[in-house]
Design a protein around this ligand. Structure first.
Ligand code: NI
Length: 167
């Protein structure tokens, strides 16, 4: 758990770089990929976790500007990637401005439970990681090679001197 704001910001920035690499590998066409016919598109999932960042932080007392046009999924992967980059940098600034290390120990009600602000911030990272995992599958279904977030995609196992991923 995060004890200092700087611990959190380090993790936040590390995860943001990984997410950025996933976003940078997309094509505009891939944004239309769906899990099933009525399911959310890849673009919708990516836009959801991006626009959720300011909503989530505002809800818990870290003020930052909400995104305009949050309902409209951009048509280009470049716009999603650039927006994510800007919003995650703004989020880090807003957290540093509004909260101190002591704020992390304070408790508020989140999703019906008592949570520390440290755990609320961890929840924001987990939300992105959760949807980023979903996105990776849709990226594969769209015919692209997904960026290896925590480990290499199957195409790159060979470069590690292994013929196949471990079972
Ligand atoms: Ni969600």
């Amino acid at each position: 758990m995060y004890v200092t704001i700087s611990d959190f910001i380090k993790e936040w920035n590390k995860e943001a770089i990984l997410t950025q690499q996933v976003l940078d590998g997309l094509t505009n066409d891939s944004l239309k990929q769906q899990v099933y016919p009525e399911g959310r598109t890849l673009g919708r999932i990516l836009w959801h976790f991006t626009t959720n960042i300011p909503n989530y932080l505002n809800k818990f007392g870290v003020e930052m500007e909400n995104l305009e046009n949050a309902e409209n999924v951009p048509a280009t992967s470049k716009e999603i990637a650039e927006t994510f980059k800007r919003v995650s940098a703004q989020a880090a600034e807003a957290i540093e401005q509004h909260w101190t290390d002591d704020s992390l120990k304070q408790i508020q009600i989140a999703f019906g439970r008592k949570e520390t602000n440290a755990s609320i911030l961890m929840g924001l990272i987990k939300h992105i990681v959760h949807h980023r995992g979903q996105a990776t599958i849709l990226i594969r279904q769209a015919g692209l090679k997904p960026f290896g977030v925590y480990g290499p995609p199957k195409e790159d196992w060979i470069h590690l001197g292994m013929d196949n991923p471990p079972l």
